[in-house]
Design a protein. Structure first.
Length: 144
């Protein structure tokens, strides 16, 4: 015979996984490594989403292209209000692309003002065009 307390405990235990996932991982819950915080102090402030890929947690960012050439790209990372908070210059490999309006585009073809999405793994400093890509070489990073 089940007592009301046992029923309550069983219901609570069964509901916990759903409750834990309901909110999903959010920007406020990311525990950035000391390396990421040291090199990108605005990591938390500029976060727009969090996702998991192959067991790693990636934070999604939006950035405006400031300049682009065959050797490097400079972008301003934006906070949730669209204000620039950090400027990053990186050197993508010749074959690396980013998705613009659903199409792959070479970084060297990008124009000032284009909006891009980037990802940083929460536990180590590196810039990714998408979580499945290899990291791009970061040349400089500074707060605005």
């Amino acid at each position: 015979m089940q007592t009301p307390l046992k029923k309550l405990v069983c219901a609570f235990v069964l509901a916990m996984p759903g409750l834990a996932l309901a909110g999903g991982p959010g920007c406020d819950n990311v525990n950035f490594s000391a390396e990421v915080v040291a090199k990108f102090p605005n990591a938390q402030k500029a976060c727009i989403a969090v996702l998991e890929k192959d067991g790693a947690v990636y934070v999604k960012y939006e950035a405006d292209v400031v300049s682009a050439s065959k050797d490097s790209v400079t972008v301003d990372f934006l906070d949730k209000t669209g204000k620039g908070v950090s400027r990053v210059t990186f050197a993508p490999a010749a074959d690396q692309t980013a998705e613009i309006d659903g199409k792959a585009m070479a970084f060297s073809s990008m124009k000032k003002g284009m909006k891009l999405h980037f990802y940083i793994e929460h536990s180590r400093w590196g810039l990714y065009a998408n979580p499945a890509a290899r990291p791009m070489k970061i040349l400089s990073s500074a707060s605005l």
